[in-house]
Design a protein around this ligand. Structure first.
Ligand code: SF4
Length: 335
């Protein structure tokens, strides 16, 4: 009854507003998310892009309320899922959400697979947990169907994880993540450890599965090339904040970009150019224990102005394309 009262009308499936997350370590307070705002709509494929340490995985763990106990905590903001404020929900609600309505695929499949159980047993466990009343035969049929969908013959369900290659293991993890037909899939660098051919196959397969189940996907990656192939929309994060978001066309047309996104775009090989070298972005992200007062990218930005060091940029917006940069937001004029 209480949960119903908290439901709010929203078009988006996931609505993260101004989220702050910190890790309290022995040495310092690490500011992992610093006012992150993000919406995801049903059936949408969103690429969450940024370097290691930008807060991408912290965001995924926050949605599932799986931040490391005692160390990680959400200090402010909200996460609204299908109208429910997740931060107000008890563990029983989250148990019904995780793996059933929201699934996560981790980068390393071995962290998700149990070496002493057959893959069939592991996939069926998801159904046993979330659909305890489903008939045994139906569960077996669904396991066979999902394995066929990810390109693994059903008879191999009796085998163990070590009997499969890296790409096949990742397919099994995807099968486990999708067997309950979730509304939202959080895919954390799902293809990073794989070679390019297998990577392309896995992304194609995830697209097909998305079409079949209308599952929204947040693809967490540092690879803009993968995002261009797979996603509808791109969200670029830096030091736990969104610096730019827009459709794949808006971001990749290179008409207007945040200087950080422009740097990332320079790092991907241009198919039409003969250049064989990527241009890395010089410098490093600021220390999350000592964040600067103004723009977090200022130290690495070739276009940094005086105002950038003092004031955090507001959003500049055009047709839903948002860029958080003083070059565009014209905040300078008012200060
Ligand atoms: Fe560069 Fe200033 Fe824009 Fe930050 S706000 S990205 S420092 S121009």
């Amino acid at each position: 009854m209480e949960e119903k009262k908290k439901k709010v009308e929203t078009d988006s499936l996931l609505d993260i507003e101004n989220l702050y997350v910190q890790y309290d370590t022995d040495d310092a307070v690490v500011h992992a998310l610093n006012g992150l705002t993000l919406q995801v709509y049903r059936g949408e494929k969103v690429g969450l892009v940024g370097e290691t340490g930008a807060g991408k995985t912290t965001m995924a763990l926050s949605i599932l309320k799986l931040l490391p106990e005692k160390i990680g905590r959400i200090t402010s903001g909200s996460i609204c899922y299908d109208g429910d404020q997740l931060l107000d929900q008890k563990e029983a609600y989250m148990l019904g959400l995780r793996g059933k309505r929201v699934s996560m695929i981790f980068q390393d499949p071995m962290t998700s697979l149990n070496p002493v159980k057959t893959v069939g047993e592991q996939i069926i466990e998801v159904l046993n947990l979330h659909f305890p009343k489903m008939a045994k035969e139906e569960k077996q049929q669904r396991v066979d169907d999902i394995l066929a969908m990810v390109g693994i013959p059903a008879e191999r369900k009796k085998e163990f994880a070590h009997q499969f290659s890296g790409g096949m293991k990742q397919r099994i993890v995807i099968a486990m993540a999708l067997i309950a037909q979730p509304e939202l899939l959080l895919a954390d660098e799902p293809t990073t450890a794989l070679d390019v051919t297998i990577q392309a196959q896995i992304l194609d397969m995830m697209s097909e599965l998305k079409e079949k189940f209308n599952t929204a996907v947040i693809l967490i990656t540092h690879d803009l090339g993968v995002v261009a192939e797979f996603c509808d929309r791109v969200v670029v994060v830096y030091s736990g904040k969104v610096v730019e978001q827009g459709t794949v066309e808006q971001i990749f047309s290179r008409t207007k970009n945040h200087p950080y996104t422009a740097g990332l775009l320079n790092c991907i090989p241009d198919l039409e150019s003969t250049a064989d070298r990527l241009i890395p972005i010089p410098g490093q992200m600021p220390d999350p224990a000592h964040l600067p007062q103004g723009c977090y990218f200022a130290e690495r930005c070739g276009q940094c102005m005086e105002i950038c060091k003092r004031v955090q940029p507001e959003a500049y917006e055009e047709d839903g394309h948002q860029i958080f940069c003083h070059l565009y937001s014209r905040q300078e004029e008012t200060i």
